[in-house]
Structure formats: C-alpha cells, structure tokens
Design a protein around this ligand. Structure first.
Ligand SMILES: C[S@@+](CC[C@H](N)C(=O)[O-])C[C@H]1O[C@@H](n2cnc3c(N)ncnc32)[C@H](O)[C@@H]1O
Length: 220
C-alpha cells in the first residue's frame, strides 16, 4: 500500500515536471516573439534555438577548473543551459545581453552567473563592467577560453562583423574558439586576418530552421 502510494506520488511529480517544462518553453517562446516584434533586427529570430543546436555549440568547448567563457546574445538562455549541462560552473560564464527583459530572466534562471547588460559589439567595454572578466583591466588580451555567440550577425554590415571577430580573437587565448551559428550557406564573417581559420559543423537538421555552427580560431 505504502509502496503503491509512493509510486503514484513519483508519477505525479514526473507529470508535473513535464507540464512545468512545457509551460516554461511556451512562456520563453512568447517572450521571444514579443522581443522580435519590438526589434526584429536585434532579436534576429522568432523562436529560441533548439536544444540540439545549443548542444552542438557547447560541444566545441570543454570545462576546466578556471574556465572563462563569454556568451553573446543568450536571450532566454538555451545555449547557457547547454553550457551548464556540458559542465561549466556558473562562475565560468559571463553573459552579454542587450535586452533588459532577457537579462532579468537570465538573472532569475542562473543565480550567481554574471549577466552583463550591454553591447556585444563593444565587447571590451562591456566585459569591463563590474563582475565582468575584464573588470578593472580593460586592456588585457588572451584571457578567454571561448566565446559562444548567437548574435544575428548578418543584420550588421560586414565591417562591423569583422571588427567584432577581431576584438574577440584578441580577447581569446591562442587557439581558443569563437563559436557562432548561422542559417546561411556561407561563413557569417569572411576571413581576412592572417592566421585565422574557420571550420563549420554539419547541418543541425533538427533545428528550425536548420543551422550550422562556425568555429573561428587564431594562432594554433
Ligand atoms: C537570435 S537571438 C539568440 C538567443 C538565444 N541564444 C538562442 O539561441 O535562442 C539573439 C540574441 O542576441 C541579443 N542581441 C542582439 N544584439 C545584441 C548586442 N549588440 N549585444 C548583446 N546582445 C545582443 C538579442 O537581444 C537576442 O537575445
């Protein structure tokens, strides 16, 4: 009798967890659509990335005890979750997000993680804010183990995208990856810098729309 009651409680708990997960996903989609409606070019997509794409992005990084990884454009935190599931601790990550609403959500969802409200295209200045990896030492280079970006890069001119990549590669340790997804056929930033390489992943067909992950590195 006691065992049967225990099983029923467990099954109810599992069902409740499933309902909560669906509710969270739907609420995130609503927040995303609202953000897109307010500023389509900045939000860049109508729905959050799927978990397969997020996991593929995270797969290019491996945690170590003192990792420093920056996520650009976390939105509702799908890629953030994949990074946490990959083994990154909250204090390994700095999240850089423009939208104040998304920042509030990320602070609630990932307590203890540094969420920097600011512009990813002024990366050094944004990471110099209190709590950021560059706080108090804005000129430091080769500090980061990875940068993971979901920014809608193609809404910006080529020169702006190129400047972002250059700044990111200066901040990354030699050989550390700048990871960016895109829905397009061509690399989102053309290679012009010496010693910079790019590879792309296979298509992640389960994502809607299907996407690929591009990984830029310098000096390895
Ligand atoms: C395509 S969404 C990606 C959200 C989430 N990472 C995902 O994959 O579902 C782009 C995100 O980048 C943010 N963003 C756009 N421009 C930005 C900028 N200049 N600096 C920081 N965040 C920016 C948007 O607010 C949005 O959250």
């Amino acid at each position: 009798m006691l065992k049967r009651n225990g099983n029923r409680v467990e099954s109810l708990r599992r069902r409740l967890n499933r309902v909560n997960a669906v509710r969270t996903r739907v609420l995130d989609e609503v927040k995303f659509i609202r953000s897109w409606a307010q500023n389509p070019l900045r939000t860049g997509a109508v729905t959050p990335s799927g978990p397969d794409l997020a996991a593929r992005m995270a797969s290019f990084l491996s945690p170590s005890p003192r990792s420093r990884v920056v996520e650009l454009g976390p939105g509702t935190g799908v890629v953030t979750r994949a990074l946490v599931e990959r083994g990154f601790a909250h204090d390994h990550l700095n999240l850089v997000e423009y939208s104040a609403d998304f920042c509030d959500l990320l602070n609630l969802r990932y307590p203890g993680m540094t969420v920097l409200q600011g512009d990813a295209y002024a990366l050094r200045a944004t990471l110099n804010k209190p709590g950021g990896f560059l706080a108090g030492n804005a000129q430091q280079n080769h500090l980061l183990d990875g940068i993971v970006s979901s920014l809608p890069l193609l809404t910006r001119p080529e020169a702006v995208r190129h400047a972002l990549l250059e700044e990111a590669l200066e901040l990354l340790k030699p050989g550390a990856p700048f990871i960016q997804f895109s829905y397009g056929l061509a690399a989102p930033v053309k290679l012009t810098g010496r010693g910079v390489s790019v590879i792309s992943s296979e298509w992640v067909w389960k994502n809607l729309p299907p996407a690929r992950v591009w990984v830029y590195r310098k000096g390895h």
